[in-house]
Design a protein around this ligand. Structure first.
Ligand code: ADP
Length: 250
């Protein structure tokens, strides 16, 4: 097995708050790993550290065998690590297609009028194609010309996923992609994640619904108070005493 992501003794402290405090885990290439734990346990901060949105207090992160510490968020993204956010971050004045294009390589540049015109046409075509493919993948290609604010919440979430997919990621970080979705939509997104896995995309999924994570994930990492309290095969891991206490015991 080849590791795609290696997090080694990661610490992210905000002043006295030890949001992540010595976390280590590995995500194998082509696998779907669930990152679970109660609210405030450090999951989003871990994903923020992997995408270089927060400063590492200590430890190291490697993606595809390359240490990513010291690289900027845009360099990490361009190296094939894409993500979605817990709160939807779509731009209301752009169409669904343009929002998805933002995730493609050079996507931000091609939407700027000042982008070099001799490069713009080709880059724009590439970004448009990648965005349309991603929108088809998540089932909202027919809404490409609509503004995201006109869409129901579940569809906005899909556009958020499409924006990440438009970058054709090797490693996809998903921060609660089904939050607020109906049970039927959750099943559909679960199917989508499994199909991405079948295509070889490695995924790290933050999700509260233990039913969903045990259904789709190959491996679970459970956090509490900034530390990993259990990890392993999903079903036995959710039955672990410490995990049950963290989820239901307080
Ligand atoms: P989770 O994703 O598991 O809900 P978070 O990673 O969002 O947890 O947060 C972990 C802890 O770190 C929480 O106590 C949260 O309040 C704190 N925290 C997160 N970001 C910051 C920040 N920028 N400044 C201070 N504390 C933060």
């Amino acid at each position: 097995m080849t590791p795609m992501l290696e997090v080694d003794d990661l610490k992210v402290h905000f002043g006295g708050v030890k949001a992540v405090d010595g976390v280590s885990f590995t995500v194998e290439q082509g696998s779907l790993c669930g990152l679970v734990g109660p609210n405030g346990s450090g999951k989003t901060t871990t994903i923020n550290a992997i995408s270089a949105l927060v400063h590492l207090t200590a430890g190291s992160i490697s993606v595809g065998g390359r240490v990513s510490s010291g690289r900027t968020a845009s360099v990490i993204a361009r190296s094939g690590v894409r993500r979605t956010f817990q709160a939807i971050r779509l731009l209301p004045d752009l169409t669904v297609l343009q929002n998805a294009m933002l995730g493609a390589d050079d996507g931000e540049k091609v939407l700027q009028p000042a982008f070099a015109p001799w490069r713009a046409a080709r880059a724009q075509r590439r970004a448009r194609e990648a965005a349309m493919t991603a929108l088809e993948r998540v089932g909202v290609a027919h809404l490409a010309s609509v503004r995201p604010t006109a869409l129901p919440y579940g569809h906005q979430r899909r556009v958020e996923i499409a924006r990440a997919l438009a970058g054709e990621p090797d490693l996809l970080l998903l921060d609660e992609p089904v939050a607020g979705m109906s049970p039927a939509e959750r099943i559909e997104i679960g199917e989508l994640l499994l199909s991405l896995k079948a295509d070889g995309t490695t995924q790290l999924l933050i999700e509260h619904d233990l039913g969903m994570v045990t259904r789709v994930c190959d491996f679970l990492v459970v956090m509490d108070f900034g530390k990993v309290i259990a990890s392993g095969d999903p079903v036995p891991t959710t039955r672990n005493e410490l995990v049950r206490e963290a989820y239901f015991g307080r």
